[in-house]
Design a protein around this ligand. Structure first.
Ligand SMILES: [Zn+2]
Length: 263
């Protein structure tokens, strides 16, 4: 995928199997059952993106890591996927995590050392408080992030519209986590967005009341989604989120009182 001079390649670290109730007990999947597998679950990728821009290589989100969650999902594919694409961990200049949930920070530290040895790691400052100070994601994430900070590798994203690399801007999109960011890619006339987990599944366009179980502040996450849809609707700006099917960029289209995602 090219956005002007920017090159974007999606990778998946594995998959999650989400039960339908992931979007609330009252979510009616009947109109959307084509999205579910034979067991009635929604299978989604664990998306990461390599963005090459202005001589820099940026990894957006760092997968689940070497974790097998049984029927719920599995990570671990990212290193082999990167190697197959000719990307080595030491050439990553920046890792930007849209947020610090485990499936976005899993490969930051491996065996007590930074997996991307030359990378600066960036994420929203509010996620430092939530995941490192309050240990919302469990003790291991806090230990890993602290280790990176002690090595001088962490630079939190403070505020809104913060430049990450040429043509990449982080924009606060809170709700899923307090410090969640989406990334705006722009080059020349072209523009695209990496939505992280601000949106979990395109079905939420048609079902704006569906909140993901993992949204920490569901009401705020819903307002954030609505603002993103309003901005994207009917424009040429393409977008993809970290767990969208096939990690394909698409456009948000209006239609019959609803909105749709079209790849
Ligand atoms: Zn996620």
């Amino acid at each position: 995928m090219r956005i002007g001079e920017i090159d974007v390649t999606p990778f998946s670290d594995g998959f999650f199997s989400m039960p339908p109730a992931y979007f609330g007990e009252s979510a009616d999947w009947e109109p959307h059952k084509a999205l579910l597998n034979d067991s009635g679950n929604l299978i989604v990728p664990i998306g990461c993106f390599i963005v090459r821009t202005g001589g820099q290589t940026v990894l957006v989100d760092a997968g689940l890591g070497d974790l097998d969650l049984g029927e719920m999902g599995k990570g671990g594919a990212l290193p082999a996927e990167l190697a197959a694409a000719g990307v080595t961990p030491d050439e990553i200049d920046v890792v930007v995590c849209t947020h610090l949930h485990l499936d976005h920070s899993g490969w930051l530290v491996k065996d007590g050392a930074p997996f991307f040895p030359n990378a600066t790691v960036r994420f929203g400052a509010a996620d430092w408080d939530q995941f490192v100070v309050d240990q919302h994601g469990g003790p291991q994430t806090a230990v890993d992030i602290k280790l990176l900070a002690d090595l001088g590798r962490v630079e939190t994203i403070d505020g809104d519209d913060v430049s990450i690399a040429p043509g990449i801007t982080a924009r606060a999109a809170p709700g899923h986590t307090h410090g969640h960011n989406v990334l705006v890619l722009s080059s020349g006339e072209e523009r695209a967005m990496l939505l992280g987990d601000a949106v979990t599944c395109p079905v939420q366009l048609e079902e704006p009341d569906w909140s993901a179980m993992s949204d920490i502040d569901a009401a705020l996450a819903r307002r954030t989604r609505e603002a993103l849809w309003r901005e994207l609707e009917g424009t040429d700006t393409t977008a993809v989120a970290a767990h969208f099917p096939g990690l394909e960029f698409g456009r948000v289209l209006p239609g019959k009182g609803k909105r749709y995602f079209s790849v």
